[in-house]
Structures are given as structure tokens and as C-alpha cells.
Design a protein around this ligand. Sequence first.
Ligand code: SIN
Ligand code: FE2
Length: 214
Amino acid sequence: MRTADLFDTSLADALRGSGLTVLPRFALSFEQGLLEEVGRVAREAPFRHMMTPGGQPMSVAMTNCGTAGWVTDRSGYRYEPLDPQSARPWPTMPHAFASLAGQAAARAGFGTFEPDACLINCYVPGARMSLHQDRDERDFGEPIVSVSLGLTATFLWGGARRADRPLRIPLSHGDVVVWGGPGRLMFHGVAPLPDGWHERLGRRRINLTLRRAL
Ligand code: SIN
Ligand code: FE2
């Protein structure tokens, strides 16, 4: 596979019309608030390795905030209003998350976007997310806003079929991607995280995936 970066005009060409918009460093001005809120959410609803329906623990540790949280276990993928680990509602959606998501969606050309769910993914070196579609939400007319913090990862942006060869897009601290419209159901994932050290987050990458689930 080809390695490309955001300033590569062929990558920009390939992305045009694909339904994915990359907003480099868009979240940087929100950094402090985002990191504080991730800490608050994780104290209330700790990161955990959920089980795939096939019975394997995911390499990415996850938690959620908002009125619904994305979960997976032996019975499948779905949104749940309660954290199955505590049987309590997920922590509330921080204003900073919703505000950033709304601004990013608008910048990417989508109308009003008011997320009700935020999946928080924590990657350590070696953790990965295989190609998948986000399809557990009620309305595919709503976009997805995804915020990267910490170590740089390679985002895989595929096509309508799992076998379509993905573009490789490096996402660094503060980068935001938005997908929707013709790109809403595209396969995507994250390549195994390389080792490294980030000045704010250490040996980790945090991803916020903001969605309108219900
Ligand atoms: C996801 O698809 O849920 C995660 C994407 C990412 O970590 O960048
Ligand atoms: Fe996803």
C-alpha cells in the first residue's frame, strides 16, 4: 500500500468526492478542555477491552459518553443507554465535545450536527482497528466526526466493499476527520499503532468518535 500524507496532492485528489474531509489540527484550540473531559469520563466509566461477537477482546480500550454508548459483546454491536459495567448511565457529553463536533461538521459542509454519543478509543502501540463500517446508528444522513489526540496513527479509508484497497492517511494530535453523505458507510480502520511518545499523552493515542446514534 502507498503511504501518503495530507499535503500530497494525489491524496487530496483521491479524497475529493469520497465523502471524507480531513481538517488538520482543527481540534488543537480545544486541546486542554478535551483532555480534561476525557479524564473525567474515564474516571466515571473506565476504559475497558470489550469482546467482539466472535469472543476476542478488542486491542483498543473503549469507553463512552452521551445518552447512548457503543458496546460490543457476545450478543453483537449496539448502542446502550447504560454502561454495562456499572449499570449506570454513561457520563454526560461534555459541551466541548459537542461544540467541536458541530463546528467540524459545519466546516466539512454538513448542516447542524448535534451528536448524542461519543465513543472514546484508547490505542497503545500495536493496537489496531480492522476495516469496518459504522452502521449501528439510526440515521445514516448524519455525519461522523472523529478527533485524534496523542500518537500519530495511520487511518485506513477504504471503499464501499471490505476488499477495496484503503488510502492510508496519517492522523496526528488535533487532526479531525469528518465523513458522511456518499462516504457515510465506507469501510475504515486504523493500522497497528507504531511505538512512540507524545508530550501530552505519552505512549497512547486517544480517538473521539462523535455520532448521532439515536
Ligand atoms: C473508529 O472507527 O471507531 C475509530 C477510528 C479511529 O480511531 O481513528
Ligand atoms: Fe468506525
